[in-house]
Design a protein around this ligand. Structure first.
Ligand SMILES: *Cc1c(COP(=O)(O)O)cnc(C)c1O
Length: 456
């Protein structure tokens, strides 16, 4: 027995306080820390995307060296079961052989031509054949680009300027949508980033999620001015805020009545909760859909799609301009084709979603048995750990103080070989590469961490 354990043990006997679970030694981060120090000389905050900087969890960011299946290895040789999955794209896990082979094969013929290729047709056909909500699509290179273009299309089509968005939905770093709610029920947005003119934010109206009254009020106040209502099909960027079926149907209805377009931002939910994403899940037809993440199989691809009539407004067919040097490049298309071909196989989602459900349910059972104030929200293979006993459907319902518990959970999970995104507002993903044995291992670590968080 180490001195530390002896001390703890004897102390607990003396004072008859319970023996607390002894936290595992923190994992070594020597190499990651050195790389991070170096990176800080090159990049603002040492990173190329802010959430990677581990600002809301303990320690310095882990630098990743390798991924395979559901596993990640960092620069110090630590191995993790990964539930971040590159923030969603890797629904088949890391380094899937079919994707790697297809990409390498296509690369033999060159990487970009700035001219059409058959591969674009192939990916488009694969998507449109298996999706009853879209007739035409345009490929871009990121989710942000897809949303930005969809907004321009909605404005061009309706000849209106204002956009309605929901507090707690993230749509990439588009100027018009980096906007948060002000203080009233229906408010002009306030910018949530420096560098966005106030006049831009004035074109964006922000209301709470799952709130029909607020949406009705906005339509009344801005009659004939709303070009589009944009919502994440399943809001999954600020916790997992699952909306009522009736609310989604209500949005469809009020948009139709007011000739406002309904945009589903399916950058996370698309090809995740089913091949047809949230549209298929709710069986509600949006006017425009945006994709990213999974569609590129780990390479940078985004897309937006709609009816042939609406898409006919995009240049060169119509007056709404949108272009891209590397849009639809063969390498990215190859990755998308390889990944989506697997997803289109019968039974893929049924199996994945059942596996995720079983995983989440047994964690919930453990928490309930021990009376822990802890809920796991889930749709398909997306899950969110929340330290609450409430049903959470709006951004406002999330208690910021509960994030202290997530911080401990995150550190202790890393110490036990489980990698979650470094923020309690982020969701996790189960991939097809997580075997039942991997999930059993992860569960055991999660149980131990819950005990520590709640100081059993
Ligand atoms: C990730 C995300 C985006 C932005 O996509 P990027 O590829 O990071 O630009 C937009 N909308 C939603 C719903 C997202 O989850």
């Amino acid at each position: 027995m180490t001195n530390f354990l002896k001390k703890l043990f004897s102390k607990s006997q003396e004072s008859s306080t319970p023996v607390f679970h002894v936290d595992k030694q923190d994992i070594s981060r020597e190499s990651s820390t050195a790389l991070y120090e170096k990176a800080k000389n090159y990049f603002p905050g040492g990173v190329n995307s802010p959430v990677r900087a581990f600002k809301s969890v303990y320690g310095t960011p882990l630098f990743i060296e390798k991924g395979d299946g559901c596993y990640l290895w960092d620069a110090d040789g630590n191995q993790f079961i990964d539930f971040c999955c590159s923030w969603g794209p890797l629904i088949l896990g890391h380094n899937h052989p079919k994707i790697r082979e297809k990409v390498t094969e296509v690369m033999q013929n060159g990487m970009s031509f700035g001219a059409p290729t058959a591969l674009e047709n192939e990916l488009a056909e694969l998507i449109l054949k298996n999706n009853s909500y879209l007739e035409k699509i345009r490929f871009v290179s990121s989710g942000t680009e897809a949303v930005m273009s969809a907004i321009r299309l909605a404005r061009g089509y309706t000849k209106r300027d204002k956009i309605l968005k929901f507090e707690g939905c993230y749509h990439g770093h588009v100027d018009a949508l980096l906007v948060k709610a002000g203080s009233g029920l229906v408010t002009f947005g306030e910018t949530s980033s420096a560098g966005i003119p106030k006049s831009f934010a004035d074109e964006t109206i922000v209301v709470p999620l799952n709130d029909m009254k607020a949406v009705k009020e906005a339509f009344k106040q801005f009659k004939n001015q709303l070009a589009a209502v944009i919502i994440e099909g399943v809001p999954a960027n600020n916790g997992l805020l699952i909306q009522d079926q009736s609310f989604v149907e209500f949005l469809r209805d009020i948009c139709t009545k007011n000739k406002t377009l309904l945009i589903f931002d399916e950058v996370i939910s698309g090809f995740r909760i089913g091949f047809e994403g949230a549209a298929g899940y709710y069986q509600v037809k949006p006017d425009i859909v945006t994709y990213g993440k999974i569609i590129g199989g780990g390479l940078p691809v985004g897309a937006y799609g709609a009816s042939a009539e609406i898409m006919g407004n995009i240049s060169p067919e119509g007056p709404v301009y949108q272009a891209g040097t590397l849009s639809g490049n063969p390498v990215a298309m190859a990755a998308g084709i390889a990944q989506l071909s697997e997803l289109a196989k019968p039974g893929f989602y049924k199996e994945l979603n059942a596996k995720a459900a079983e995983f989440v349910e047994s964690i919930q059972r453990y928490a309930d048995t021990h009376n822990y104030t802890f809920k796991v929200f889930r749709v398909g293979s997306i899950f969110w750990f929340a330290f609450t006993d409430q049903t959470i459907q709006t951004a406002e319902a999330i208690d910021p103080a509960s994030m202290d518990k997530f911080k401990i959970m995150h550190r202790e999970l890393l110490n036990r070989g489980v990698y979650l995104g470094p923020s309690g507002y982020e969701v996790g993903f189960v991939s097809a590469a997580h075997s039942k044995i991997d999930l059993e291992k992860a569960k055991r670590a999660i149980f131990e961490c819950l005990d520590i968080v709640f100081k059993k």
